[in-house]
Ligand binder design. Sequence first.
Ligand SMILES: C[S@@+](CC[C@H](N)C(=O)[O-])C[C@H]1O[C@@H](n2cnc3c(N)ncnc32)[C@H](O)[C@@H]1O
Length: 217
Amino acid sequence: MEIRGKITEDGSTTLYRPDLDEHYHSIHGAIQESMHVFIEAGLNKCKSDSLKILEIGFGTGLNALLTMLNSDRKQIVYHSIEKYPLEKNIVDKLNFPDIINSSVSANWFKKLHESQWNTEYEIEPWFKLKKIEADLLEHSFETEYDLVYFDAFAPEKQPELWDGKIFQKVFDSMSDSAILTTYCAKGSVRRAMLSCGFKVERIPGPPGKRQMMRAIK
Ligand SMILES: C[S@@+](CC[C@H](N)C(=O)[O-])C[C@H]1O[C@@H](n2cnc3c(N)ncnc32)[C@H](O)[C@@H]1O
């Protein structure tokens, strides 16, 4: 599968899939978007000292890295499902550790990518990662999550990942009052979430996007 690297407006890289005509992040700024949608609207709203997080779409590992960097050393179990793990030569094109410029980011980013798939791996004593190589359409989750980063490709490109059946599966794997955040603000996606029992709010989106959604179980 062809995957190309690209620089976004905040200087951080993203990837582009020509077959889908789709980027992994906003071209207005990959780090900026992930910080806004997943860290500020999601992680920072969770007050508990220990969290189980599910990410839909591990992709470049950016959300996992930003979660580590903004965790305040909460005890975090981070599960991320990915159907198409990236080859090392593609990961090597990503500049997130250089842009973030923290003493730990390069080491953590390397560990996030080098950890084995389908086993829980301790990146730091307070951060355990399990990358699940699987298709979201077929996978059943066995853990109860407190926070979900719903970061699939856009509903226009992969509508099957944004329908009521998928949201029901995710809803059923979340604890009471758990939060789901997504960059998407589309009406049909909102209705699919509401039909599963989520309370959904539209909140201001990252640069280049008027709104995003946050849902509470
Ligand atoms: C918007 S990108 C994710 C970006 C990622 N969170 C990051 O920070 O790089 C969507 C991701 O979903 C993955 N994906 C696509 N179809 C999938 C499926 N059916 N099941 C699981 N993952 C899928 C893609 O390969 C891609 O990595």
